[in-house]
Design a protein around this ligand. Structure first.
Ligand code: ACO
Length: 331
């Protein structure tokens, strides 16, 4: 990201620092970070009518479908976002989107489960606040575990940007017509939804559950090789070697399991990886685990439902999309 190795950022930074880096080209100094965190905290509330808007979705709706729709609808709340010739307005709406996407994502989750909405709390950090909006309850106090907060920071950092992929190209494509950033972000999120891109984390989890046991891994590999199914979470348009993000996610999984208990699906995933990395079908095609091979296993251990996984990808990627949009507008 902007010349910094992803491993260093994952170890030493918060997601908001990395979002600032992507958007501004350099990591924030302490005073700049304080202003940025305050700005993001101050934009976290959404207009109350978003709740009524969400009420139109049936109970149990896929959270990513709701997120795409609400992001697009947000442009109607901010008519001045169509004035993309103003650098000040571009900055304002960028900060709003980076902040509000987390609130909207949490509202979508709460709506899909029929749970009461939890308002954002500006006294909490970005990831801590997001977990609070997901899991707090009027009758049981939720205290986010610091290890889980850190794990979410790492996952959000790893997912924040990745050059000209499907969703980023969509952001730039829509933005190139001078559409407002809410509409462009909604389009980018729609592109992310598919299982070949950001929906892969959801597809991996479903695949692991379908395999069900380590003993079934060899027969699943045979099905992949006979081209009956894809090995979800494997392969990448850019990486023809081990995705550096995948090894960080794998390490994060072990830290999360210390808190949540081990997710047995990791044994199936590791066996798939072990066999695939030795098998000529995968070796000759340079197919390695990508960032999403292990991320869903962590999200599941943290108690997040499978249909939230693409949404969890979209939250941090919003910063990357906006950084790319800003670069394109300046170009
Ligand atoms: N399982 C089995 N075979 C695969 C897989 C896979 N996951 N990925 C690629 N292949 C095979 C293809 O069938 C092809 O074989 P062939 O040359 O004999 O026809 C060969 O490997 C090369 O495949 P391409 O489609 O050319 O690879 P490309 O780089 O275009 O595709 C993609 C990348 C779309 C990610 C692909 O690897 C895939 O579908 N992976 C599974 C879905 C996934 O994990 N997506 C998430 C990507 S990361 C992200 O978006 C965040």
């Amino acid at each position: 990201y902007r010349g910094y190795p992803i491993e260093q950022l994952a170890e030493n930074s918060t997601y908001l620092e990395v979002a600032y880096l992507l958007l501004n080209g350099e990591l924030p100094k302490a005073d700049e970070l304080a202003v940025w965190e305050k700005t993001i905290g101050s934009h976290a509330m959404v207009h109350e009518s978003v709740r009524q808007f969400l009420d139109g979705f049936r109970w149990g709706s896929h959270t990513m479908g709701m997120l795409v729709s609400v992001l697009g609808a947000k442009s109607t709340f901010y008519p001045d976002s169509r004035n993309i010739s103003s650098p000040e307005l571009m900055e304002l709406h960028t900060a709003r989107l980076v902040s509000k996407v987390a609130t909207v994502a949490a509202l979508c989750y709460r709506h899909s489960r029929g749970l009461p909405y939890i308002y954002p709390d500006a006294s909490l950090g970005f990831c801590e606040n997001f977990l609070n909006m997901l899991f707090n309850s009027p009758n049981t106090k939720y205290e986010p575990n610091p290890i889980l907060v850190k794990a979410l920071e790492v996952l959000f950092i790893l997912h924040a940007d990745h050059e000209q992929n499907c969703s980023t190209s969509t952001m730039r494509g829509i933005g190139s017509s001078l559409a407002d950033p809410y509409s462009s972000t909604a389009g980018a999120a729609a592109a992310l939804y598919g299982p070949l891109h950001g929906g892969a984390n959801e597809a991996v989890l479903k695949m692991l559950m379908e395999i069900g046991d380590v003993k079934n891994v060899p027969s699943y590999i045979e099905r992949v090789k006979s081209r009956e199914v894809l090995l979800q979470g494997f392969g990448h348009r850019v990486y023809k070697h081990y995705d550096p993000r995948a090894s960080i996610v794998k390490q994060t999984a072990n830290e999360v399991f210390e808190v949540t208990g081990r997710n047995s699906l990791i044994d199936i995933a590791m066996e798939l990886e072990r066999i695939a990395l030795e098998d000529d079908f995968f070796v000759s095609r340079k197919l390695y685990p990508n960032v999403d091979f292990y991320s869903g296993i962590i999200y599941q251990a943290m108690g997040l439902p499978v249909d939230m996984y693409p949404v969890l990808f979209a939250i941090p990627r919003t910063a990357g999309w906006l950084a790319q949009w800003k670069e394109m507008m300046h170009d």
